[in-house]
Design a protein around this ligand. Structure first.
Ligand code: SF4
Ligand code: F3S
Ligand code: FES
Length: 236
């Protein structure tokens, strides 16, 4: 099939304004948007800049706006878009470094602020075995372990667009993953960080994040659980 691919182009150092380039291309409907971008680089413009690594929905590096919705380019087939007009833009709310590549550092700074790692300074069990937890305890935070840090959620959130100081749904998801881990001891400092105007209270339940997540994580639900934990002082 023939498509009209519009791609956002911007090289901040060049002094030129952002613009779109359009490519009329023959592609297979089963091609992924990532394949189409690879084809542009191979056949038309080797300077087109985008991130990719695994090409299989695992590494989270190729989140972009595809026909107005955040998605991983390696997971969206051309035929899924139901249109021969395809527009690809960088995710919103982070500075563009080159074409489809954004500066992820502000995103990772928010991620780091919630202590996204296991904390437990208790002595290891006397028998030298792991810190055990039941299947039910593990199930409690299973959903939020699936995050691949692609930023599709945070960069689709209107609260983040209006104020980049908002910690954002991805950081809250990764805090949730440890707050509800029965083996972890740092729920309180994490909840303190999130009990802030720029923490969970900046979430207005817009649901864009949940709709954008390529891992189908119930992000808005996880945020609501963290809000409830702050309000009640209980982890349920
Ligand atoms: Fe990506 Fe989903 Fe993780 Fe957000 S929660 S960073 S959308 S995988
Ligand atoms: Fe934003 Fe998601 Fe809340 S889109 S407002 S973080 S529910
Ligand atoms: Fe790794 Fe798409 S390239 S998730």
């Amino acid at each position: 099939m023939q498509i009209n691919l519009k791609v956002f182009r911007y090289q901040p150092q060049s002094g030129h304004k952002p613009h779109f380039d359009t490519y009329v291309m023959e592609v297979d409907p089963n091609d992924r948007v990532l394949d189409v971008l690879e084809q542009v680089r191979a056949d038309s413009d080797p300077n087109l800049a985008y991130r990719r690594s695994c090409a299989h929905g695992v590494c989270g590096s190729d989140a972009m706006r595809i026909n107005g919705r955040n998605a991983l380019a390696c997971k969206i087939l051309v035929k899924d878009l139901n249109s021969s007009d395809i527009t690809v833009e960088p995710i919103l709310g982070l500075p563009v470094l080159a074409d489809l590549i954004v500066d992820m550092e502000p995103f990772f700074a928010h991620f780091r602020s919630v202590m996204p790692y296991f904390v437990n300074d208790d002595p290891i069990p006397a028998d030298g075995k792991e810190r055990l937890q039941s299947p039910q305890q593990r199930e409690r935070f299973d959903d939020t372990t699936k995050c691949i840090l692609c930023a599709a959620c945070t960069t689709s959130c209107p609260s983040f667009w209006s104020n980049g100081s908002y910690v954002g749904p991805a950081a809250i998801v990764n805090a949730h993953r440890f707050i509800y881990d029965s083996r972890d001891n740092a729920a309180s400092p994490r909840l303190e960080v999130l009990n802030d105007q720029m923490g969970v209270w900046r979430c207005r339940t817009a649901f864009n994040c949940t709709e954008a997540c390529p891992r189908d994580i119930e992000i808005t639900k996880a945020i609501a659980e963290v809000k409830q934990a702050i309000q009640t002082g209980k982890l349920e």
